[in-house]
Write a protein that binds this ligand. Structure first.
Ligand code: C2E
Length: 350
């Protein structure tokens, strides 16, 4: 949580802030879901922060904050904060483990040194020992020291094995946090950040190998109408429906992501826009092949269609420029009646 928000929700005005958040949410007809409330607290305690500015922009534009939009804002601005905290926690735990290992090694080292000194003393004593009793005393001393070193070594072993387990647990946890930060919570597809990072890498590969690379953007047609007519919960299910088919599709993108509210992005290394247009048409047909039902009332929602735009990366072109052309092609599909795929390479003026 941002420092300002953390301070505000534990400060003297905490309850007043909470009441104001709920009042404003009610005034703006925003559902009091935990996520919306969290976003609103951020907006009130830090109006100039990313979340504050984004929420005020949406409200000023007369937008209805849907669950999908809230998820988007949270994905964009909250995970980074959560991630930082989780990484800081894991870092602290790791430091503690390393300190404990260091201390255990030091104990073992000093007891090994002491054992060395005992052995040296024993060998001197043995050299000069003549009587049986003094021999016995030397052996007894050696036995006691050997036992002590053995005990300390087993304690060190146990400590090291415990720390190894703990470090493995921390590594798995960090891996999970990293995956969550790259995944869209509503659809389980990759999120925009993951897509942008992967695309930047693929653009480098394409530049180095000369292999083609194409990118596509898909947008659910008349999504706002779905949301306004059936409510945001149904809207979210429509997004999930499309995401499921993109995930299952025989069009094999290297990566598919939820790119914005009802927008998806796909990348196809090794493919050009022409071959991908045909594959995207097949995906569009699949999406439009089922009539959906509203889960709560079983009312007919009708069919869902999507519009798509696809572009092949030009030599030396940046990822964002290729995406921009795919977006223009998508807009062209919308302009030409929706439920279409437009190939930027053949349909857009240069
Ligand atoms: P979900 O609601 O989480 O459902 C996951 C899967 O459970 C569905 O995968 C389907 O195999 C099964 N399922 C859940 N509810 C029903 C049901 O009432 N009838 C039937 N026959 N199967 C059900 P699927 O079909 O691939 O859908 C993936 C997601 O797409 C769903 O997630 C939901 O969010 C959305 N979706 C798909 N079809 C519809 C629909 O007709 N209406 C609505 N509102 N959403 C749908």
């Amino acid at each position: 949580m941002a420092v300002q928000t953390e301070a505000a929700i534990r400060g003297v005005d905490a309850y007043r802030l909470a009441k104001r958040a709920l009042e404003q949410m009610e005034q703006n007809k925003i559902w009091p879901t935990p996520l919306n409330y969290e976003l609103w607290l951020h907006a009130l305690s830090d109006p100039q922060g990313d979340i504050g500015r984004e929420l005020h922009r949406l409200i000023a534009a007369g937008e209805n904050l849907t669950d999908a939009m809230a998820e988007d804002i949270a994905l964009q601005f909250l995970p980074r904060l959560r991630l930082t905290e989780e990484i800081r926690d894991a870092g602290d735990q790791l430091t503690r483990q390393l300190e404990a290992i260091g201390a255990a090694i030091q104990v073992a080292q000093s007891s090994t040194n002491e054992y060395g000194r005992t052995l040296e003393g024993a060998s001197r004593e043995l050299a000069s020992a003549s009587e049986q009793t003094s021999l016995r005393q030397v052996v007894e001393k050696l036995t006691v020291s050997t036992r002590r070193v053995q005990k300390e070594n087993s304690a060190l072993e146990a400590r090291l094995s415990q720390s190894t387990d703990e470090v493995k647990r921390l590594r798995d946890h960090l891996e999970q946090v990293r995956r969550d930060a790259m995944t869209d919570a509503l659809t389980n597809l990759a999120n925009r950040k993951a897509f942008d990072e992967a695309l930047a890498r693929e653009v480098e590969v394409a530049a180095a190998t000369g292999r083609p690379l194409s990118v596509a953007l898909l947008d659910i047609d008349h999504f706002k109408r779905f949301n306004d007519t059936w409510g945001h919960q149904t809207g979210d299910q429509v997004i999930r429906y499309v995401a499921t088919l993109i995930g299952r599709s025989s069009v094999h993108p290297r990566l598919a992501a939820r790119y914005g509210g009802e927008e998806f992005a796909m990348m196809f290394p090794g493919e050009d826009a022409r071959s991908m247009s045909a594959a995207l048409d097949a995906l569009r047909d699949e999406i439009a092949s089922r009539s959906l039902k509203r889960r709560s009332t079983a009312e007919d929602l009708g069919i869902v269609t999507v519009s798509a735009g696809v572009a092949t990366l030009h030599p030396g072109e940046s990822p964002s420029a290729a995406l921009e052309r795919a977006d223009k092609a998508l807009y062209e599909s919308k302009r030409n009646g929706r439920n279409k795929t437009t190939n930027a390479e053949t349909s857009l003026a240069a």
